[in-house]
Ligand binder design. Structure first.
Ligand code: ADP
Length: 483
């Protein structure tokens, strides 16, 4: 178990390169979801502290924007190395406050390092254009410049990597940042301050504040010095931040909720589909925005799919993330457990059948049994709402077009998955699904090299890939005349 002496476990905010408390001296408790025990407390900062962090970022921007892409790439490569040198300690910190199995936490930290390295590379390829001019005596030059100070608000389900894919491109582009990690998992966020110090990122380039979400969020959204808001979290809060950012016309990137369908056609490779289904459903105990929310299975394979899913689901080992072999950790908090119970009660009252799990786990606390509900129907709440827990509702459909229509019947459009061995169907369905991310015969598809993001109410903008740096850049057109 990580000791309080670990230099990654910081209980102060990082502003202008200094570690400071909240003005009020108040703190918020951080709890280990695996045992309900308090780990410690982090500053309960508000508007004033956030304003100072923004000013520190603005001051740092003055010189940071002038650094060369090569210099910033060197800093990011160093940051990558510092993360990887401390992968186990950072993963342990993550498990302690978030609950996910150690192997997943280690994977997340590795992913953080990969994002940082990717943007070390991409930052050197921020090309502009010279465009053929319509005038004989003038030339057209188009350049890309960093937008300035960015505000980054991140959730508790990926407390390390969600910051990586915001801070990585921000630094690569020459922006400076004020980050606000989720209050449930602030340590993995604050650890970025330590990592930045060790990597030699100049003071004020990255600032981290913890505390009142609404006060910090209000300041980030209303302060004119902040030129861009990047948010990962619920659609509800995303809409609020969009409205608040409108007054100062900020750039916005929003990674919001999902309602991922997982469609299995009669001609699918059953074993492969089940393997993908388990990964796409139960990763992080179902608490990711790309986790399957609804399984649509064609009638001819329905019973066999259910039987195998039940078998595999019952095999999942539930326990503390730090115990060997754990595949399912606790849910983040008591509210999450209650919400999962409400979804199950709603489904069973409308004819759904619980064929695996269905209850709180014998381990107590916020542990929940991986659950499968068959005979799901569109009248049930999970047809439209995100479960964010280890519950797999399985719907039945007859025709290909019905499967696609059901999958698209949602305001969300982040990830979707489908399984078929028919090439023509693969193309028809891939083109018919209105989603930002599509897994064809694949249940885990995130990669730093690929653009991540949704359509419809799942968000705006893309993170990762070469696209992920665009939102941190302004385009400038320069007309050079009198030649
Ligand atoms: P989740 O449901 O995953 O907790 P939220 O959207 O509630 O998602 O939270 C994601 C992030 O948004 C967290 O850092 C949270 O503290 C922050 N947040 C919540 N409410 C607000 C708000 N009113 N203004 C700004 N940030 C907020």
């Amino acid at each position: 178990m990580l000791q309080k002496t670990s230099h990654f476990l910081k209980e102060a905010n990082y502003i202008g390169g200094a570690w400071v408390g909240a003005d009020s001296g108040e703190t918020i408790d951080v709890v280990n979801p695996a045992n309900g025990q308090r780990i410690g407390g982090v500053p309960k900062a508000g508007g004033a502290e956030t304003r100072r962090a923004i000013e520190a970022a603005q001051e740092a921007f003055g010189s940071f924007r002038k650094t060369s892409a090569a210099e910033r790439a060197r800093m990011l490569r160093k940051l990558h190395d510092v993360i990887m040198d401390n992968q186990d300690a950072l993963a342990e910190l993550l498990v302690m406050e978030q609950g996910k199995p150690f192997a997943e936490a280690k994977g997340e930290v590795g992913m953080s390092a990969s994002y940082v390295l990717w943007y070390a590379e991409e930052g050197r390829r921020i090309y502009g254009d010279t465009v053929p001019s319509p005038w004989a005596d003038r030339r057209i030059m188009v350049t890309k410049e960093p937008v300035g100070v960015i505000g980054a608000i991140t959730p508790w389900n990926f407390p390390s990597s969600m910051l990586a894919r915001k801070l990585g491109p921000a630094i690569a582009a020459g922006c400076t940042a004020v980050a606000k990690p989720a209050s449930q998992t602030p340590y993995s966020g604050l650890a970025w301050g330590v990592l930045c110090e060790e990597a030699g990122i100049p003071r004020g380039v990255v600032n981290i504040v913890t505390g009142s979400a609404s006060q910090i969020g209000d300041e980030l959204c209303s302060n004119p010095l902040v030129r861009k808001i990047t948010f990962t979290g619920s659609t509800e809060i995303g809409k609020l931040l969009l409205k608040k950012s409108a007054d100062t016309v900020k750039k916005v990137s929003m990674e919001l909720g999902g309602n991922a369908p997982f469609v299995v056609f009669d001609d699918a490779d059953l074993d492969r589909a089940v393997q993908g289904a388990i990964a796409a459903k139960y990763r992080n105990s179902g608490q990711t925005c790309v986790c399957t929310n609804r399984f649509f299975v064609q009638a001819g394979i329905y019973d066999r799919f259910v039987e195998k899913m039940v078998e595999e689901t019952k095999r999942l080992k539930v326990g503390s993330g730090l115990d060997d072999g754990t595949q399912q950790g606790p849910l983040i908090d008591a509210d999450a457990v209650e919400k999962v119970e409400e979804f199950i009660a709603d489904a069973t009252s409308k004819g759904g059948k619980v064929v695996a799990g269905g209850s709180r786990h014998a381990l107590g606390g916020t542990f929940f049994e991986p659950t499968i509900i068959t005979e799901a129907t569109p009248q049930m709440r999970f047809m439209q709402e995100e479960i964010f827990g280890p519950v797999a509702p399985i719907f039945r459909f007859e025709k290909e077009e019905d499967g696609v229509a059901l999958a698209n019947d949602t305001v969300f459009g982040l990830a979707c998955y489908f399984y078929t061995s028919d090439l023509g169907r693969a193309f028809r369905v891939m083109e018919g699904l209105r989603y930002g991310l599509v897994g064809v015969n694949e249940g885990v598809i995130t990669a730093v090299e690929a653009p991540f993001g949704g359509v419809k109410e799942s968000g705006l903008g893309r993170e990762g890939g070469h696209q992920g740096i665009e939102d941190y850049l302004d385009t400038k057109y320069v007309c050079i005349g009198g030649l």
